[in-house]
Design a protein. Sequence first.
Length: 185
Amino acid sequence: MNKPSTLSAPERDTEGFTAAEFAMMVGCGAFADMRVELVRGKIVRMSPAYVAHSRRVALVTGALYAALGKDALLLVDPMVALDDTSVLAPDIVLAVPGPLPEGQLPARAVSLAIEVADTTLSRDLGWKAQDYARAGIGQYWVMDVTAEVTHVFTEPNLEGYGKRVVIRFTEPLPVPGYDTSITLA
């Protein structure tokens, strides 16, 4: 006689979205009129960029191109898949050399993530730093527009970054993976 058996589906948090589901929604234009990130399974609307923020992003991108050359793999506002439940959009990314994928950039392809903070400083220094570190992003910069300093995070691990230094915009800021630095004043 046959014994009844039960098939069980894999456990899944039905409260949140996966990075793959998020990518599908973005690809279908679900968020065409807004800026969003997937944060630990939840879709979070991002604030629009103010003038000071946009200006600093442009200045930093220009300084990096001037120092690294036009072939540097710099991306502005890319979607970076940190894991299966988080896809963040750093203001600037310096990607590792090599071909870039279409769609979301995997965390392993990011050597430097940069956030420019005017109204988002506590978030950028807090949970975003932890999430970027857990994803293994080698260096993370938070540019504090108000204080005119850059918080440089290095030595990523599962708890966060092991090292943090603060560099004034007037001081040289070494670019990871290159024998050069930029000044942001």
